[in-house]
Design a protein around this ligand. Structure first.
Ligand SMILES: [Zn+2]
Length: 422
């Protein structure tokens, strides 16, 4: 009897029963139109109760309980919170501090403190979920930041984190004199036993995704060349998938991409030199591409390129062409820009470039909402405006399916039913 009493108190303390849905305050959001993740609906409204969407549809079709608070969002488009597919919260723009200096000279405390500010900036820009692909030398700080956001300690997007990422011996930066042991921006592992252990270790320490570098600029003269063997990649994928998680591969070479696809990764990042053949293989196997257009674009800008004034650098032209090849081959596109290379909160640059390079604005917005939710297998929680999903909703001035830059003008941000920006 006494034990039961203690348990009941303890359970109440840790899992306070939320008020039944019928008693919770309901909010009716009244924008000019709703993009539900796939299509636009003029004149729709959305009823939110607690953390979830209760109803969505034409105003006369949604029954509104007494006492509901109405929010007038006229002039705006309401849409699912955006899902950034490739971020580095533990990095800040390379024109502020070069990557190597961030990894070697900035303390974990400094990097983490900055990351919390960057998480807030992301949320305020309408990013309600973010897949963060590697701390680049900041250990498992992403796991702690994810928990701080989940516990409401700091505002930020829901995070899917990769922790340290995995590279082969000899591959990754920073590099120095060959005699020195320089800390790397990722965890080194080779061969069957080592990869089994490291993959499981990262999972155990909190990784939601396992990230591998299937190639890198370690060829003669600094060319990008493959890293892990086919068998090594298959080992990583087998161990990761058996834990219910997926693998993401950094890859830009046709051979690295092919190995990664055949091994069974879920997404490929960058894909710069993907051939028609490789992109067709990706489309056949359902492997999505995060093209990270904004990363190369920003790095060229830091080197002095003025878009629209100077001639387009060859690397940008090549990237534009490879993006087009991927689109033509029917590859599923992921919205993932490598934000952190450029300023957190300016994620929309990637979507603007996707449109500039040949996607329709409507397709780009779908990619950033329902598309990424499907790819990341979180579509049972987020990515659409539909009953029972979490109320992760944003409102922007104008219509982003006509002009993608409307996503820059975020007027309202709700995450899990809580309003963060109005
Ligand atoms: Zn990256």
């Amino acid at each position: 009897m006494r034990l039961y009493y203690v348990l009941a108190i303890a359970c109440w303390a840790f899992f306070p029963n939320p008020a039944p849905a019928a008693q919770q305050q309901a909010t009716l959001l009244k924008p000019s139109r709703v993009f539900d993740g796939e299509a636009m609906h003029e004149g729709w409204v959305v009823l939110v109760r607690g953390t979830r969407i209760e109803a969505v549809g034409a105003e006369d079709a949604v029954s509104v309980p007494r006492g509901t608070v109405e929010l007038d969002l006229s002039g705006t488009t309401l849409l699912p919170g955006l899902i950034e597919g490739h971020s580095h919260l533990l990095l800040h723009p390379y024109d502020e501090t070069p990557w190597t200096d961030q990894v070697l000279n900035e303390s974990l405390g400094l990097r983490t403190a900055r990351a919390t500010v960057q998480a807030r900036a992301s949320l305020m820009a309408g990013i309600t979920t973010m897949r963060d692909l590697g701390t680049e030398g900041a250990g498992y700080a992403d796991v702690g930041i994810r928990e701080a956001i989940e516990q409401g300690v700091i505002p930020g997007p829901r995070l899917l984190v990769a922790t340290r990422a995995i590279v082969v011996t000899g591959l990754y930066n920073p590099k120095g004199a060959p005699e020195l042991r320089i800390p790397k921006g990722a965890e080194v592992a080779d061969g069957y036993d080592d990869l089994m252990r490291v993959t499981r270790d990262q999972i155990g320490r909190g990784a939601d995704w396992i990230k591998v570098y299937a190639d890198y600029r370690w060829g003669p003269g600094g060319s990008a060349e493959p890293s892990f063997t086919q068998e090594e990649l298959e080992t990583i994928v087998e161990v990761t998938n058996s834990s219910g998680r997926q693998v993401v591969a950094h890859s830009s070479t046709p051979e690295g991409m092919t190995r990664a696809v055949l091994a069974g990764v879920a997404t490929i990042e960058h894909g710069n030199d993907g051939t028609e053949e490789v992109f067709r293989l990706m489309a056949e196997r359902g492997v999505a591409l995060c093209p990270t257009l904004a990363a190369g674009y920003s790095i060229r800008r830091y080197a002095g390129w003025r878009p629209g004034i100077d001639p387009e650098p060859e690397s940008i032209t090549r990237k534009r062409e490879s993006f087009r090849r991927a689109l033509d081959a029917g590859v599923t596109m992921c919205f993932g820009g490598d934000v952190g290379v450029y300023t957190h909160g300016t994620n929309v640059i990637e979507l603007e470039l996707m449109v500039e390079y040949g996607m329709t604005a409507a397709a780009a917005v779908a990619t950033a909402t329902s598309g990424n939710a499907d790819i990341f297998r979180i579509d049972d929680r987020v990515g659409r405006v539909a009953p029972d999903l979490l109320a992760d909703l944003i409102a922007v001035q104008g219509d982003p399916t006509r002009d993608i830059s409307a996503l820059r003008d975020v007027r309202f941000v709700m995450k899990g039913g809580e309003i963060f920006r109005r």
